[in-house]
Ligand binder design. Structure first.
Ligand code: ZN
Length: 111
């Protein structure tokens, strides 16, 4: 039999599945099966508070100085196929004319 998690509210072992949710028959608590996986991943939000995911295309919302270069990444630059990483600069990407670089998610918005 498939091992279902215990109810996080009351610890009951009689959890059952209901579509995308788990349901506890003892305290009627319902929770999402995917909640735990989402929390373990890297959470990055754009300037509007939208969640970003690997492979997203984003737009730069302000001019950004590029470290070790005299050029500036201009507002409105589209950045394709981002990858989320841990840290202060939480977006790993490649930008035409700049190459591989890292951005802060707060300075982009999701397309
Ligand atoms: Zn319960």
């Amino acid at each position: 039999m498939e091992q279902l998690p215990k109810c996080p509210e009351c610890g009951s072992e009689y959890t059952y599945e209901d579509g995308q949710n788990y349901v506890c028959p003892e305290c009627a608590h319902e929770w999402s099966q995917t909640a735990e996986e989402v929390e373990e991943g890297i959470v990055a939000r754009d300037a509007n508070g939208n969640l970003l995911t690997d492979g997203d295309t984003v737009t730069v919302i302000k001019d950004l100085k590029v470290k070790g270069s005299s050029s500036t990444l201009k507002i409105g630059t589209r950045v394709k196929n981002i990858r989320l990483v841990e840290g202060d600069h939480n977006i790993d990407c490649k930008i035409d004319g700049f190459g591989a670089m890292k951005l802060k998610s707060e300075f982009v918005k999701k397309n």
